[in-house]
Design a protein around this ligand. Structure first.
Ligand SMILES: Nc1ncnc2c1ncn2[C@@H]1O[C@H](COP(=O)(O)OP(=O)(O)OP(=O)(O)O)[C@@H](O)[C@H]1O
Length: 222
């Protein structure tokens, strides 16, 4: 079943959605960033991670995404460790880091096609549609080098509007550099994803995001 062009996450799929952190700890250099973090997220949950600069928000997101090994504890997605190659996290995850990662010499739509491995005319149509939904339709054919920081950010966030079901969204500072309209559009997209049963973990220094989110503040230097 489709809602707009986003497929509904079926009830039987929702039952298995879970991101569980058990006694998670992380050290960078000789500094312990956090220890014994515990939480469990299920279908429809949104977790906002907050904390001062350098407190370990990005490090935590990378651990949740399976991109970095935790120093202690573990993270599982649908019951399997996120670094286990047999797990589902690679296919279920949409990770957007805080750098927009837009290539200067590709047009906005080409960037999206390149990042998401979209193919042919159908792929181009999907990219154009996603950019329009991200409020960047007028700049779909603008080269990356001619986009402003906020527009580059919108290219990255357009991935949220592609009609692929990625049940787990991990977003690093998604609101940075966005104007008010883009912040509102992102909140609506996040709310739609959670209503569809998806899970979101995001970092933000701003008090931005959908209503009724859970929050976790990292302790920071002391
Ligand atoms: N490659 C590295 N080697 C050693 N320490 C690092 C490395 N990268 C980051 N760190 C340290 O790890 C800590 C956490 O960094 P991280 O990027 O996770 O923090 P953050 O909370 O996301 O920060 P910000 O709000 O500034 O984006 C910082 O104190 C940083 O100095």
């Amino acid at each position: 079943m489709q809602r707009g062009n986003i497929r509904t996450i079926h009830e039987h799929e929702r039952r298995y959605l879970s991101l569980v952190c058990h006694k998670l700890g992380c050290r960078r250099g000789n500094r312990i960033l956090f220890t014994c973090l515990e939480f469990a997220l299920g279908a429809g949950d949104v977790l906002r991670i907050d904390g001062e600069n350098g407190s370990g928000k990005t490090s935590l997101l990378r651990i949740l995404a399976g991109l970095r090994q935790a120093d202690t504890g573990h993270v599982s997605w649908q019951g399997t460790g996120v670094r286990n190659p047999d797990g589902h996290v690679r296919q279920d995850l949409l990770y957007i880091g805080h750098a927009a990662a837009v290539k200067d010499n590709l047009m906005a739509w080409e960037n999206l096609v390149f990042t998401e491995l979209l193919i042919g005319q159908a792929g181009k149509t999907l990219a154009l549609d996603a950019l329009a939904k991200a409020g960047l339709g007028a700049h779909a054919c603008t080269f990356g080098k001619a986009l402003s920081q906020g527009q580059r950010r919108r290219v990255a966030l357009a991935r949220l509007h592609l009609p692929r079901v990625r049940t787990l969204w991990i977003l690093d500072e998604p609101f940075v550099g966005l104007d008010g309209a883009a912040v509102d559009a992102l909140c609506i997209a996040m709310q739609a994803h959670r209503s569809n049963g998806g899970i979101i973990v995001y970092t933000s220094h701003q008090d931005a995001g959908p209503p009724d989110v859970r929050s976790l503040r990292l302790p920071g230097a002391n």
